[in-house]
Design a binder for this molecule. Structure first.
Ligand SMILES: Cc1cc2nc3c(=O)[nH]c(=O)nc-3n(C[C@H](O)[C@H](O)[C@H](O)COP(=O)(O)OP(=O)(O)OC[C@H]3O[C@@H](n4cnc5c(N)ncnc54)[C@H](O)[C@@H]3O)c2cc1C
Length: 538
């Protein structure tokens, strides 16, 4: 039996990132007529642009679209379904069916420029071997090309992917090209989905206090909608929380299931008059790529061709960074801190900067002289990297759709189908992976986890001074098992050095007793805003 009484019953979705957008889209496509989508961001005006104040994970210039999923056959097939839909969306634009503001019929969302997975050493990771096996199962062996093998290089050249073989030095690396993959222009994709949602009659409440969730309307047994920051009650038979990295602090039942962690993103601006460089990094000449992506702290890199503005984006995910803040109930939960949050941050952690710089020096030295901006982009990680799409225990009428765990964007066109299946209580093989669950007490997953620390003004000296942090005993609510407590003055304390905020990082090694963090000055060289990478002294 469906969890909702009729297709005209009121449904409120909070959060218009990938999870909320896709849910709204599929509810409307299945005939639900009373759907409201709330977001604190005025996406109808800002068009999901990070530069215009949007800091959601979904609000980005580009994201990887791949169907290679190692042994996770279920996600491979979900991604193949999504890719077919991405191509349909490209067609919808081309044929003029849906052309949002600022688009033309020449605009594209999905670009199939291939995805190259590089790993150090001479042997492919098990993930890549499993991908080949699972692609073979569905008759797609030919789409996975081993660029260390001359016959596969020849096949790449014959299939229009010869450029991929020429852009990186793959001596001492394995290199597997997935010819079905590529990237999407993420902000454009969300803008496109929002336009579709609006056309289908979903009510949008976006931006400012009127779109900002302030609390749930609840009685002893039910959730009856939400209250927004302007004091308005939005009554609903079903409320769906899809607030990305903000969800774990808004819905504290997610303790022990989801945690908000930062990824580091660098954006290199190609000089406008350097045509050779613009050509080299153009999507038709340069693939989507990753390097040592599953190999811990010294790897975890991925990158893209340039965008139409000449921006080359490179991201780091080799270590997870958190920003634990004590909340009203006394529990520390990691919350997003971005250029646009009340306490703004424009830097990335030193580890991320070092790994990116080392890769660029080796493989893409042209970028060393380009102006660079940086951002932190916040993931919502579940402890097992599966999404969380289920009803929240202890109340009725409340669902959560979150836990993107770094791989949710590619499913914008089809994720919501599964959310609606959950609402309608339909048989669906994916939902078993995404059900409500929790990490067993005392079970700590093996995550390489680093904590971002805001250095207190005193007694911390700017460089090499003692850092007033210690390791709190294992918190049963913490997915990572690592939580920080600041000694001395309570949070928030942001040190200022030469007018800039100082954030640094602390690996778990440093957390036992009084630790030392060095190199805080050098972090500043990585602050966004026109600093050149070459000038970084790390
Ligand atoms: C650096 C980075 C790189 C990634 N790369 C890829 C990739 O290459 N490929 C891929 O498939 N996936 C990728 N992902 C994952 C993907 O981006 C996410 O899984 C997905 O975008 C998450 O969508 P979401 O809707 O859960 O969250 P978000 O996009 O963060 O959206 C949450 C929304 O909730 C709103 N909100 C928050 N609080 C409130 C409130 N109080 N009131 C109202 N609204 C509120 C926010 O404004 C926001 O719009 C990446 C993620 C990151 C961080």
């Amino acid at each position: 039996m469906s969890h909702i009484t009729s297709k005209s019953s009121p449904i409120v979705i909070v959060g218009a990132g990938v999870f909320g957008l896709s849910t709204a889209l599929h509810l409307a496509e299945r005939g639900y007529t009373n759907v409201k989508l709330l977001d604190k961001q005025a996406y109808n005006l800002s068009h999901y642009s990070y530069d215009k104040g949007c800091d959601a994970a979904s609000a980005d210039i580009n994201k990887i679209i791949r169907s290679a999923y190692g042994s996770q056959f279920q996600y491979q097939e979900l991604a193949r379904d999504a890719m077919a839909k991405w191509k349909k969306w490209n067609d919808e634009i081309k044929t003029g069916k849906t052309v949002p503001a600022g688009f033309s019929t020449d605009s594209v969302l999905f670009v199939n420029n291939g995805c190259l997975t590089m790993t150090s050493g001479s042997e492919m990771d098990q993930f890549e071997k499993d991908t080949i096996q699972n692609m073979t199962k569905v008759g797609l062996r030919d789409t996975q090309l081993n660029l260390n093998v001359p016959s596969d290089v020849a096949r790449a050249r014959g299939g229009g992917f010869g450029f991929v073989a020429d852009v990186f030095n793959i001596n001492n690396k394995t290199a597997l090209l997935d010819t079905r993959s590529g990237f999407v222009y993420a902000d454009k994709a969300c803008q496109f989905a929002l336009a579709k949602v609006q056309k289908l009659g979903v009510e949008l409440v976006l931006g400012g206090p009127k779109g900002t969730f302030a609390g749930l309307l609840q009685d002893a047994s039910r959730t009856n909608g939400v209250l927004t920051a302007d004091g308005k009650a939005h009554k609903a038979e079903l409320t769906i929380m899809a607030c990305g990295g903000w969800t774990p602090s808004l819905l504290t039942q997610l303790d022990n299931l989801c945690e908000t962690t930062a990824g580091s993103v660098t954006m290199f601006q190609l000089p406008p008059n350097n045509k050779a460089l613009w050509d080299r990094f153009a999507p038709e000449n340069f693939p989507t790529w990753s390097h040592d992506i599953r190999r811990g702290k010294c790897g975890g890199l991925y990158g893209f061709a340039r965008d139409p503005n000449g921006v080359v984006k490179i991201g780091y995910r080799g270590a997870k960074f958190t920003n634990p803040q004590i909340q009203a109930d006394g529990t520390a939960r990691s919350v997003p801190a971005t250029r646009w949050t009340q306490e703004a941050i424009r830097q990335i952690p030193l580890t991320a900067a070092r790994v990116i710089k080392a890769f660029i020096q080796e493989q893409l030295p042209e970028l060393l002289d380009c102006e660079m901006n940086t951002r932190l982009c916040w993931y919502t990680d579940s402890y097992d990297n599966h999404f969380v799409i289920d009803f929240v225990p202890g109340t009725s009428g409340l669902m959560v759709a979150t836990g993107g765990s770094g791989h949710g964007f590619k499913f914008l066109p089809n994720l919501g189908e599964h959310v609606v299946d959950k609402i309608e209580n339909r048989q669906n093989d994916y939902l078993q992976y995404w059900k409500w669950r929790s990490l067993e007490i005392n079970c700590i997953p093996d995550l390489d986890h680093t904590v971002l620390v805001r250095l207190p003004m005193e007694p911390c000296a700017p460089n090499n001074g003692p850092v007033a942090v210690n390791k709190k005993s294992c918190n049963p609510n913490a997915i990572s098992g690592v939580r920080l407590e600041l000694l001395g003055p309570p949070l928030p304390h942001v040190a200022t050095l030469a007018g800039n905020e100082v954030w640094s990082e602390c690996s778990s090694d440093h957390l036992l007793g009084q630790g030392k963090i060095s190199g805080t000055k050098r972090v500043q060289n990585w602050e966004g805003n026109g600093h050149k990478l070459a000038s970084c002294s790390t």
